[in-house]
Design a binder for this molecule. Structure first.
Ligand SMILES: NC(=O)c1ccc[n+]([C@@H]2O[C@H](COP(=O)([O-])OP(=O)(O)OC[C@H]3O[C@@H](n4cnc5c(N)ncnc54)[C@H](OP(=O)(O)O)[C@@H]3O)[C@@H](O)[C@H]2O)c1
Length: 358
């Protein structure tokens, strides 16, 4: 099979490193270009990253000598060299919007990890197991941009990647209200314990912008495609508190939910166990075989033990039980830089290839 040629914009950063590492041995994708800021441009990938390599596995040998390009200044050359790019840059929101549109208009599809375009109505924000059908809005987006191939597709925020997958199969019971507290790892801020020693033995009860994203983004995921845009859902009501905890990777969520028609515990467990999304139907290379794993043990899921389940692409759930104020409460966990960031975007790119959008 001919492989798709891929570029990673922001390849030197925390999420970018994950993208680069996920390209090693990928059956469909071949990493051709790494780009970052002018600070890194012109250096070998190994030199540009230097001591910032933050993953447990070493930097892939084959990519160490790739000369990093300037994401902005070299955009035309990059767009000509690849079939699509992943984007994970840390810049101002309007700069990211402009940069991603520039690539799309150069007929280079962009699969983005950034939040800049999440609320653009004709940009699909996709978790392939939840709303794969939203990629249809790309046709309208291409018309607006005046492109044949180019478009932007994004993934949602990392914090909701644990609890929205668990709630999704229960929507037929009419989810009325949800209260969620997330316990989020430091890699979500692009940090390690070396670069953020203040997080050792510490908990910080604030993550800028995260609570709003956790409450609002599910409405777009659960929205409908109408006349070339996504019309957001208007329920359930979600309230969130997001807290930074001293874990390297893995976002946990404690969830409370009430339903219009309260399901039995056994019904919930059965729906979680049998749930399959479009990613599983298409047997995409990065898709977990079992998306939702339920743990019977009272002390699971645990961040360190369970975040890497199915290569960090599965969602772990545990402690389902009735609550005194809501119908049920339970705990969820997902890997924030794999399923919640680069892995989720790679799965989205696979979906876009399988459905002939790339
Ligand atoms: N960390 C997570 O778990 C996570 C999860 C979801 C979403 N995100 C989002 O993903 C994006 C990247 O996050 P991160 O944690 O990987 O950040 P990061 O580690 O700070 O990396 C930022 C990347 O952006 C590049 N960059 C900065 N300014 C640039 C410019 N002017 N032109 C081109 N490239 C530029 C950097 O290049 P240099 O190395 O050359 O400076 C680097 O490659 C952010 O928008 C973040 O909000 C992160």
């Amino acid at each position: 099979m001919k492989k798709y040629r891929v570029g990673v914009i922001g390849g030197t950063g925390m999420v970018g490193q994950r993208f680069v590492s996920l390209m090693e041995n990928h059956p469909w994708f071949d990493l051709k270009v790494i780009a970052a800021s002018p600070r890194s441009a012109g250096k070998s990938y190994a030199d540009a990253v230097g001591t910032r390599w933050a993953l447990e596995n070493p930097m892939p040998e084959a990519y160490k000598s790739i000369i990093v390009k300037d994401a902005e200044a070299d955009a035309e050359a990059i767009a000509a060299e690849v079939d699509f790019v992943f984007s994970a840059v840390d810049m101002k929101k309007d700069e990211i919007k402009a940069l991603e549109e520039k690539y799309a208009k150069l007929e280079c599809p962009v699969v983005s990890n950034n939040s800049a375009h999440r609320w653009t109505p004709d940009v699909p924000m996709v978790v392939p197991e939840i709303n794969a059908e939203h990629i249809k809005v790309i046709d309208a987006q291409r018309k607006r941009l005046g492109t044949k191939r180019g478009f932007i597709a994004v993934k949602s925020n990392c914090s909701l990647q644990s609890y929205i997958p668990a709630l999704h199969p229960l929507r037929d019971f009419g989810i009325e209200k949800v209260l969620v507290c997330t316990y989020q790892a430091i890699s979500g801020a692009g940090k390690t314990f070396d670069t953020w020693p203040e997080m050792l033995d510490n908990v910080i009860p604030y993550i800028g912008g995260e609570e709003e994203k956790s409450e609002r983004e599910p409405m777009k995921l659960w929205g409908k495609v109408e006349n070339g845009v996504i019309v957001n859902a208007d329920s359930p009501s979600i309230t969130a508190q997001c807290i930074r905890v001293p874990a390297s990777n893995g976002h946990m969520a404690a969830v409370f939910a009430s339903f219009r028609k309260k399901p039995e515990t056994e019904e919930i467990l059965k729906l979680w166990k049998s749930f399959r999304g479009r990613a599983q139907e298409l047997n995409l290379p990065t898709a977990p075989k079992q998306f939702l794993h339920y743990f019977e043990e009272e002390n699971r899921p645990q961040t360190r033990l369970d975040r890497n389940l199915e290569n960090g692409m599965a969602v772990s759930i545990g402690r389902l039980r009735p609550d005194t104020q809501y119908d049920y409460k339970f705990v969820c966990l997902s890997h924030n830089t794999l399923r919640g960031a680069a892995g989720g975007a790679v799965l989205l790119a696979e979906l876009l290839c399988a459905e002939n959008y790339i």
